[in-house]
Design a protein around this ligand. Sequence first.
Ligand SMILES: [Fe+2]
Length: 271
Amino acid sequence: MNLSANCTPADTELRLASHIGGLPQGDIDQLSQTFRSNHVAVIDQLLPKDMVEALTSEANILLDRESKRRKLIIKESGNTPRAYSSVGRDAICQHDGVIPAIFKSDAVLSFLRKLAGENIERVPYRPEEYIINSQCEPGDTHGWHWDDYAYALIFVIEAPDPLLGGRVEYLSNVEWQKGSTEPYLRRVLQDNVVRSLYVNSGQCYFMKANTTLHRVAPLTGSTKRTVVVLTFASPEDMVSDSITHNSMEDIYPDDTNTKSDDATVEAANVG
Ligand SMILES: [Fe+2]
């Protein structure tokens, strides 16, 4: 069954509602407990198997057709590197497949609200709705950062060779200190034990991403890590006037209407 070709968003929603509605309550309670204590939880079967296949196929097709190489240093997160290929929100939206349908799904949103314990909403800033990122060259990384909005749901399309880096590393309950971020980051990483997580292909993880310092560690060899990232906002985010999008504008100038003449962002000093 080719979900992206044959299914309307309404079909997708019905299937998601039925699948998520059938998840054992005990598993949901356990996930919720894990999420509220760790601020990160790996979810095994949020989607039916054929929807995982459709998502995988869609992400790979879009990466082949639409991806752009991003390679730069982000000042706002403490001069940390980004090096990966990605497909921005607008190209994914135009394809109109399963990714936007999952983002718009009330069943998914309601499930995430149960995990978070608050009435989260779809992110109110379009460029951050959904993005495909793929670390695919040795050294590729998504360096230390915090997200602009509170919650991220990340589907792992292709997990890297576990011997070759690309693990999620994180520290929960660390607020983003904007301004003097680099010395602050150095201090936080010196003084705390960083947790490390390997997430398999077909799984997803939910993260409290604005107060969890996190990164994807650099790939150390020839392997690949591809994810689809969906962003959600807390009730506090929805009324905040202090959220900035500087990192997004630096990384995705075409999707944030800050495009320069050269769509491929390159910086000479990426390590
Ligand atoms: Fe992030």
